[in-house]
Design a protein around this ligand. Structure first.
Ligand SMILES: Nc1ncnc2c1ncn2[C@@H]1O[C@H](COP(=O)(O)OP(=O)(O)O)[C@@H](O)[C@H]1O
Ligand SMILES: [Mg+2]
Length: 355
């Protein structure tokens, strides 16, 4: 609120028409983005969609072909990396193997000619922040992967960057550590109120850690929103299927009404022709069919997975996956059982099918 750049209705970090072209190939296409101060924003998308290239342009490690990078009202597009005041954390920790933890963390401050006692104090604080106190004299090889990633985080934080940039920092960690580091990174980012970009191909990381998520597809921004926005109101089939899991069913629409298995579903106004109807498996309810009303189908496959009971149901030649949370005592319906499916209108998305 006191941030003058916010008063102009802009973010602390602004990307304006950011573009990267390689010979005959556009890796990042006209990216516009406003990141308010103190937010953690995910760049989410499949491998090759341009996440790393975008991040490296922000850091100044890759020159932009076109567009602008503005931080706190200052245009940094032509400013060199080491003057951009950004902290970087990579998937490979990129630590100096021959240096102690403390030396690794101190390195950026020594480069910046910060006075010795100030360095000692800040290194101590950064190491405490990532819970590595007592490990100052260890070498990277004497630490676990998670601890090495903490050193990398401390090294990025110690320079007190205006922006923190993460590129898939958790991909090399095992599942349990990954969850732990997720919480820790989020916690530190919020405590310091630091603005950060978090690149990931893992939708659950993006949803669980970040204030906003930028979904990227083939170099373009597909949708930006809060995790709830993206999950509940995906604007494109790509977002609907990349963020969370979904059934993709073929249907035909006429004048804004799609028909699926005898059910009439509201489609975007005026939409006619082939459409895709999407509904998430756990938003479908299922009951043995009596009287054949509603959407009926036949159980093809039933899988009891402990916490969920999963059915593949054939509905007029298409498969609808259904996931039911188990509560104990349910009967698993046998293949061949006739069932009725139902869902709430707000859980259905209809998109015009690509030609
Ligand atoms: N130096 C380069 N020359 C040509 N193409 C590149 C170069 N760097 C990246 N690319 C291409 O740009 C696209 C985006 O890459 P990248 O940003 O690394 O994707 P992501 O991080 O989302 O997996 C990819 O198709 C990649 O092959
Ligand atoms: Mg990448």
């Amino acid at each position: 609120m006191t941030d003058p750049s916010m008063a102009q209705g802009q973010g602390f970090l602004s990307l304006r028409g950011l573009t990267k072209r390689y010979a005959g190939f556009t890796a990042v296409d006209n990216l516009d983005l406003e990141v308010p101060r103190g937010e953690l924003v995910a760049f989410l998308g499949p491998s090759g969609c341009g996440k790393t290239t975008s991040l490296r342009m922000i850091a100044g490690l890759v020159p932009a072909t076109a567009g602008q990078i503005v931080v706190g009202g200052q245009d940094l597009t032509a400013v060199q990396t080491h003057r951009r005041d950004m902290g970087l954390v990579f998937q490979s920790y990129a630590l100096f193997p021959h240096m102690s933890v403390a030396k690794n963390v101190a390195f950026g401050l020594e480069m910046r000619k910060v006075p010795k006692d100030e360095i000692a104090k800040r290194v101590r604080e950064a190491i405490a922040l990532v819970h590595l106190s007592g490990k100052e004299e260890h070498r990277p090889a004497q630490l676990s992967g998670g601890q090495q990633q903490r050193v990398a985080l401390a090294r990025a934080l110690v320079i007190r960057p205006s922006i923190l940039l993460f590129d898939e920092p958790l991909s090399n960690l095992d599942a349990k550590l990954r969850d732990e580091m997720r919480n820790e990174i989020r916690d530190i980012q919020q405590r310091l109120g630091i603005t950060a970009i978090f690149v990931t191909h893992d939708q659950s990381e993006a949803l669980t850690m970040c204030d906003k998520v930028v979904v990227m597809n083939q170099g373009r921004l597909e949708q930006i929103g809060t995790p709830v926005d993206l999950y509940e109101r995906p604007r494109t089939p790509f977002v609907a299927s990349f963020v969370g899991r979904t059934n993709r069913l073929k249907a035909v629409a006429k004048d804004g009404v799609a028909e699926f298995a005898g059910l009439r579903i509201a489609a975007p106004a005026g939409l006619s022709g082939p459409v895709e109807v999407m509904v998430r498996p756990h938003r479908v309810t299922l009951a043995p069919s009596v009287g054949g009303e509603g959407v009926t189908g036949t159980v093809m496959r039933a899988i009891f997975a402990g916490d969920i009971l999963q059915y593949d149901v054939d509905v007029a030649g298409q498969t609808v996956s259904v996931e039911l949370a188990t509560r104990g005592g349910e009967t698993v319906l046998a293949p061949g059982t006739m069932v009725a499916l139902a869902w709430r209108p707000q859980d259905i998305f209809v998109y015009g099918a690509a030609a």
